[in-house]
Design a protein around this ligand. Structure first.
Ligand SMILES: [Ca+2]
Ligand SMILES: [Ca+2]
Length: 159
């Protein structure tokens, strides 16, 4: 006779079970989709960061290739290590690259342990260390930065 179980309307998933399963899938997909979106945003930010870094290093290399006399002239014209030099991008340029220049007291010749002050005999009386007898500046500090970002590179140029 008939010994196996008889399929009934109770076998398989009920409508409620299917509904609950669908809701569980939907609820668990939301965080997965959210994390994919976050990962995509992070990758985009990283790509932008990398592009800015390489653009700034290229700018720094260009400036470092300049003759030291030109760097000293631009440093004097800028008037200090916090003032943008003429090698900087125009003010309105997006992701503006700013070049800062200064003489650099690498050997602490004036004994004040400040690299941005220098022993100036001031024999020409103009209080400008870039001119006169004190103009034998051997080291120039060069800094390239993108204001408003963490991008900043520094280097020294020796005569
Ligand atoms: Ca000094
Ligand atoms: Ca001087």
């Amino acid at each position: 006779m008939f010994s196996g179980s008889v399929p009934t309307a109770q076998s398989g998933f009920s409508y409620i079970e299917m509904l609950i399963a669908s809701m569980l899938v939907a609820v668990s997909l939301a965080p997965a989709i959210e994390s994919l979106h976050s990962a995509r945003l992070a990758a985009t930010a990283h790509e932008m960061d990398t592009r800015l870094h390489y653009a700034l290093s290229g700018k720094l290399e260009t400036v470092l290739a300049e003759p030291i006399s030109s760097l000293l002239y631009a440093a004097q014209a800028a008037g200090g290590p916090t003032k943008p030099s003429s090698y900087s991008d125009p003010v309105a340029q997006p992701n503006r690259q700013v070049i800062y220049l200064s003489f650099y007291d690498i050997a602490n010749d004036d004994g004040d342990k400040n690299h941005f002050t220098i022993a100036d005999t001031n024999t020409d009386g103009d209080n400008d260390p870039y001119t006169g007898d004190g103009a034998a500046i051997d080291v120039v500090w060069v800094s390239a930065a993108i204001p408003g970002t963490r991008h900043r590179l520094e280097s020294l140029v020796q005569r």
